[in-house]
Design a binder for this molecule. Structure first.
Ligand code: FAD
Length: 525
C-alpha cells in the first residue's frame, strides 16, 4: 500500500547503509531494483518525478523484436528482444499480449515486401514459432478496412506484442517491493556524495512531494547505479565527464478507433522518406508513431513539435485515405526521448539501440536498450557490479521478476477484467476485487480500464499529483478528448477523499494537470 504513511516511513528509513542505490524509476531502474531485491540485496530506488515519468511511459508500447532494426542489421538486438518478448508473454499474467502486425504490400513496394518477408522469417526462427503469413488483398482489407486500396496487393502478417508501458514499470517496482526492496517517487538526486578522492559513495536526495521533513537526505550505498535514461548525462555531470548520450525524440498521435479503425497493427512506410512507422490499436484507440529526431536540450518535459505532427498526419492520411484525419481529430499526443549512446552515426535511425554500462569513479551508468530487454539490461549491469557486492550470486535475465497471483475461482481464469487486473496488480488483484465498489467495476466508457482502478491507484500506488493518476496509472488523459475533462466530476468523487485532498487541493491539482496536458500531451501551441 503506497500511501502517505508509506511515504513518511520510507523517507525516515533512508538513513541506513544500502547495498545498491538505483537512481531513476523508469523500466531500466525498475528492472535492476526488482532483480537486486530478489537476491536479498538491500536496494533502494529513487525517482525524481513519478514512477515511469520519463521515456518509459512514452514508448510505442510494444514488447517486440524491432522489425525496423533489421534494416540496420542490428541482429543481436532483435534476437535478444524476440527471446525476451516470448518470455514476457508467458510470464506477465496478461500484462503483455500478442498483437498481429500487417505490412501492406503495394504494387510500388514489392522490393520492400520481399525484404519484409525475409525479416519475418528471421523473426519466427528466432522465436522458434512459425506464425507469419502472406495475406491476399481481400483478407488484408477485411482486417484493415481503413487501408488504402489503390495498388494494394496483399499483406505480410507477423506477430509481436503490446504492453501498457507505465503499468509494466509499476508492476516491476511493486514486485520488487514485495521481494523486499524500497522505492520512493518524488525523490530527486541533486548531488553525488563522494570521498575526498572523488569516489562516489552515495547520493543527496531531495523530497519533491512537499510532504517530508527534513526535505533533503544523504544516503550511502556500496553501489550507486545511474539509470536515468535521457537524463544520465545530467547525473554524470557531477563527475566532470564528457556527455555520452544522443537523446532522440520520438512522438505519437492518438486518434479514436472510429477515425482510424484497426483490428491489427500496421507497419507502414512514410511516403516522404520511406521510414517505417506503426499504427497500433491500443486501449480502443489508434496510436500513430513514431519519429526519430535529435533532441538537444533535455529538460523536465518533452513534447511533439509542429513538424512531427505534420509528418505523422501525412503518414496517416497516406495509409488510410478512406478515413482522412486532420489535426482536429487528434485526441492527444506524447513524446519521449530514447537514451541512445552516441556513436555519431550519420542519422538518428542509424544509431544502435544496444545498451551499454560503465563505471566512472564508482558511479555505474547504464543507458540505451529498450523496454523489451529490461531484464537483460538489469542482469548485465548487476553482474558488472558484483565485485563490489561480496557473496552475491550471478544474476540471470531469465529469473522470473513477476510474483504471480493464483485465481481463487475457476471462472476468474477466463474473466477478461480479472486477467487485465492480475497483469497490472499482481498479488494485489485479490484485494482489489474484494474491496472495489461494484458500481465502479465497469469500463470507463470506451476504454477497458475500470472506474475502480482510479480509487485503487489513489489509495495504493504512490500518487502525488493528478497527472500521475491520469497520465500514468489510468490513462484517461491520453485516451479522451481534452485530457478527459468531461470525466472529472466522477474522477473527483472517486479519488479526492482517498488522496486526502481538500476542495482547494483538488482545484489546484486540476489546474496543474490541465496545464501539463495542454503543454505536453496535446498539439503544439
Ligand atoms: P526513463 O524511462 O526515461 O527513466 C529514467 C527516469 O529517471 C525518469 O523517470 C526520470 O524522472 C528519472 N530521473 C532523472 N533524473 C533523476 C534524478 N536526478 N534523480 C532521480 N530520478 C531521476 N522500447 C521498446 O521495447 N518498445 C517500444 O515500443 C519502444 N518504443 C519507443 C518509442 C519511443 C518514442 C521512444 C522514445 C522509445 C521507445 N522505446 C521502446 C525505448 C524505451 O522506451 C526506452 O529504452 C526505455 O523506456 C528507457 O527507460 P529508462 O528507464 O532507461 O529511462
Amino acid at each position: 500500500m503506497l500511501n502517505k504513511s508509506w511515504r513518511l516511513q520510507t523517507w525516515s528509513d533512508l538513513d541506513q547503509p544500502w547495498d545498491i542505490i538505483v537512481i531513476g524509476g523508469g523500466i531500466t531502474g525498475a528492472g535492476i531494483f526488482n532483480m537486486a531485491a530478489q537476491k536479498g540485496l538491500k536496494v533502494l530506488l529513487v525517482e525524481a518525478h513519478d514512477f515511469a515519468f520519463g521515456t518509459s511511459s512514452r514508448s510505442s508500447k510494444l514488447v517486440h523484436g524491432g522489425i525496423r532494426y533489421l534494416r540496420n542489421r542490428q541482429y543481436d538486438v532483435v534476437r535478444e528482444s524476440i527471446r525476451e518478448r516470448e518470455r514476457m508473454i508467458k510470464e506477465s499474467d496478461g500484462l503483455v499480449e500478442p498483437l498481429p502486425f500487417i505490412f501492406p504490400s503495394f504494387e510500388n513496394n514489392l522490393r520492400e515486401t520481399r525484404m519484409m518477408k525475409m525479416g519475418v522469417i528471421f523473426y519466427d526462427l528466432m522465436a522458434f514459432k512459425w506464425q507469419h503469413q502472406s495475406l491476399g488483398k481481400k483478407k488484408t482489407t477485411a482486417i484493415l478496412p481503413a487501408l488504402k486500396s489503390k495498388g494494394l496487393v496483399g499483406g505480410v502478417q507477423y506477430m509481436d506484442s503490446r504492453v501498457d508501458d507505465s503499468q509494466l514499470v509499476l508492476r516491476v517496482i511493486m514486485d520488487g517491493i514485495r521481494f523486499g526492496g524500497s522505492a520512493i517517487n518524488y525523490a530527486r538526486v541533486i548531488k553525488l556524495l563522494k570521498t575526498q578522492q572523488g569516489k562516489v559513495i552515495g547520493v543527496v536526495v531531495k523530497d519533491k512531494s512537499g510532504e517530508l521533513n527534513p526535505s533533503e537526505k544523504d544516503i550511502r550505498g556500496k553501489v550507486v547505479i545511474n539509470a536515468t535514461g535521457p537524463w544520465s548525462d545530467q547525473v554524470r555531470a557531477d563527475l566532470d565527464v564528457q556527455p555520452k548520450l544522443r537523446p532522440l525524440r520520438g512522438s505519437h498521435l492518438i486518434f479514436s478507433q472510429e477515425k482510424i479503425p484497426l483490428k491489427a497493427a500496421v507497419t507502414m512506410l512514410h511516403p516522404r522518406d520511406n521510414r517505417a512507422l506503426f499504427a497500433i490499436p491500443w486501449e480502443n484507440r489508434t496510436m500513430i508513431g513514431t519519429t526519430d529526431l535529435d533532441h538537444n536540450h533535455v529538460g523536465d518535459e518533452t513534447r511533439i513539435s509542429q513538424e512531427e505532427t505534420a509528418y505523422l498526419l501525412e503518414a496517416a492520411q497516406h495509409a488510410f485515405p478512406n478515413y482522412p484525419v486532420t489535426e482536429s481529430d487528434i485526441i492527444s499526443t506524447f513524446a519521449g526521448l530514447r537514451p541512445v549512446i552516441n556513436t555519431n552515426a550519420p542519422t538518428p535511425s542509424k544509431e544502435s539501440r544496444a545498451h551499454a554500462y560503465w563505471d566512472e569513479n564508482g558511479l555505474v551508468t547504464i543507458a540505451g536498450g529498450k523496454l523489451t530487454i529490461f531484464r537483460i539490461m538489469a542482469a548485465d549491469v548487476l553482474n558488472f557490479c558484483r565485485s563490489r557486492l561480496p557473496h552475491t550470486p550471478q544474476f540471470h535475465h531469465w529469473s522470473p521478476c513477476f510474483i504471480h497471483p493464483q485465481a481463487q475461482k475457476a471462472e476468474q481464469r477466463s474473466d477478461p477484467d480479472w486477467i487485465m487486473m492480475a497483469g497490472r496488480l499482481g498479488l494485489d488483484v485479490h484485494t482489489f476485487f474484494e474491496n472495489a465498489n461494484s458500481e465502479d467495476m465497469h469500463p470507463i466508457e470506451t476504454i477497458p480500464e475500470l472506474w475502480a482502478e482510479l480509487t485503487w491507484a489513489a489509495q495504493n500506488e504512490a500518487v502525488v499529483h493528478l497527472d500521475d493518476l491520469l497520465l500514468r496509472r489510468v490513462r484517461l488523459g491520453l485516451l479522451f478528448p481534452n485530457g478527459g475533462l468531461a470525466h472529472m466530476p466522477r474522477v473527483r468523487s472517486l479519488v479526492q477523499q482517498p488522496l486526502g485532498w481538500s476542495d482547494e487541493d483538488w482545484e489546484e491539482e486540476l489546474t496543474r494537470y490541465q496545464h501539463i496536458w495542454q503543454n505536453n500531451y496535446y498539439l503544439p501551441q
